[in-house]
Ligand binder design. Structure first.
Ligand SMILES: COc1cc(/C=C/C(=O)SCCNC(=O)CCNC(=O)[C@H](O)C(C)(C)COP(=O)(O)OP(=O)(O)OC[C@H]2O[C@@H](n3cnc4c(N)ncnc43)[C@H](O)[C@@H]2OP(=O)(O)O)ccc1O
Ligand SMILES: O=C(O)CCC(=O)C(=O)O
Ligand SMILES: [Fe+2]
Length: 361
């Protein structure tokens, strides 16, 4: 049910916070309350807004067909894309389309629940830190809020997921995680070969795929999309992110340290893959964890479902020794405890690539 309070640009910030955060309506509740203009705390500074003029026309991140695993050309395309763009899309990846559609339906089902149901999983109310319903990114640290609600699920075991994840989405989220396991291992196998890492087992397996987090992102219709963002510029802190987006579009990726951004067009049945900070660190900067952001939309709601594949929280991460096999290359990142790295990321507002400076020598 939509909240009954009338919200305008000048509604007292505390009233907006009460509704969105404390009562758990999220920005979805704001959007459905009938607001016709954006409350002040969502207005982003000019330099953070997404303008079409910055978007590079014509260019595109690679779309890679994965139907033939023995194809050496495919391996080259994957590694080249991870080095140059940090982003690519995959098609014919082996994850059944029904699994993708079901997790999208489940995402709509979860966000369609009444606010008091969703709010049982807020930071304050959730029985576990591994299940969290929230809004924006880090509302307590942000000067301007972002137009997004999310549910974040940290995977520990099937039993824990069964017991703690919301019934509206747990089976579908788990199935999506399971059915993407093979393609994740294959992608990492390919990426590791170029770094002279021949086997993903033992410690390497922990460092590359030791933990997983799945987020369900919901971007409601926004009354002034040009004044705010769905997600601000950031790079993921994962090893690799597997992202399922719907048909709406709005994800932009920074082009090689320029001020240009490129749109990632929705391709039915595809998955968007991006390198995260942990892999940038472990590859000593060879693979790029690239800034990306999401525009708000004035006409349609949008959902996306990223799986963040990560080291385990207790792992120390640093460049793999194999990367230096050829000699002559110096380490540019030091050893950091992965959970310290993630906490550093979560405790500040989105600020683009500066998170990785935390691990710079
Ligand atoms: C939300 O919008 C987002 C999210 C993203 C995410 C991009 C990613 O790459 S996520 C992948 C991150 N990697 C992992 O989760 C695996 C490793 N996990 C860990 O190290 C730990 O589980 C932990 C995440 C550090 C949490 O450990 P815990 O001991 O429970 O620590 P806390 O003290 O409770 O939390 C630390 C700090 O982080 C905040 N936080 C925790 N979980 C989340 C979450 N799911 N979403 C947002 N924030 C979270 C928590 O509030 C704490 O901050 P305080 O200020 O309260 O101390 C990309 C873009 C987006 O827009
Ligand atoms: O919604 C999207 O397309 C991307 C979301 C994202 O970057 C994230 O959740 O880390
Ligand atoms: Fe991201």
């Amino acid at each position: 049910m939509a909240p009954t309070i009338a919200i305008t640009t000048n509604t007292e910030p505390s009233k907006v916070t009460e509704l969105v955060l404390n009562k758990g309506f999220g920005v979805k509740g704001l959007s459905e309350s009938g607001i016709t203009c954006l409350p002040n705390q969502y207005i982003q500074p000019l330099e953070e807004r997404i303008t079409v003029s910055e978007a590079m026309p014509g260019g595109s991140i690679p779309i890679i067909d994965m139907s033939n695993w023995d194809d050496l050309k495919m391996e080259e395309l994957i590694c080249d894309a991870a080095e140059k763009w940090g982003f690519f899309q995959i098609v014919n990846h082996g994850v059944p389309i029904q699994v993708l559609e079901k997790v999208q339906e489940a995402t709509h089902r979860f966000f369609g629940l009444p606010a008091e149901e969703k709010n049982k999983y807020s930071k304050e109310n959730s029985v576990s830190n591994n299940v969290r319903y929230g809004t924006s990114f880090t509302p307590q640290a942000e000067n301007a809020l972002e137009w997004k609600d999310y549910l974040s699920l940290f995977y520990v075991s099937d039993d824990e997921a069964s017991a703690l994840w919301p019934a509206a989405c747990k089976d579908e989220a788990l199935e999506y995680m399971k059915k993407t396991e093979l393609v994740i291992k294959r992608l990492l196998g390919v990426l590791m070969r170029r770094l002279n890492v021949t086997e993903i087992a033992g410690e390497k397996e922990n460092l590359l795929i030791g933990s997983k987090r799945i987020n369900l992102n919901y971007y409601p219709i926004c009354p002034n999309p040009e004044l705010t963002v769905g997600v601000g510029r950031h790079s993921d802190v994962s090893t690799l992110t597997i992202l399922l987006q719907d048909e709406i579009g709005g994800l932009y990726v920074r082009v090689e340290e320029s001020d240009n951004w490129i749109h990632v067009p929705p391709v039915k049945g595809s998955l968007v893959i991006n390198v995260g900070d942990a892999l940038q660190i472990m590859s000593n900067g060879r693979y790029k964890s690239v800034e990306h952001r999401v525009a708000a939309n004035g006409k349609s709601e949008r959902i996306s479902v990223p799986i963040f594949v990560n080291p385990r929280p207790e792992d120390m991460i640093c460049p793999f020794p194999e990367v230096f096999a050829a000699g002559g290359e110096e380490a540019i990142y030091k050893k950091v405890l992965y959970s310290d790295y993630v906490k550093h990321f979560f405790r500040k507002a989105h600020d683009g690539k500066r998170t990785v400076d935390f691990a710079k020598i």
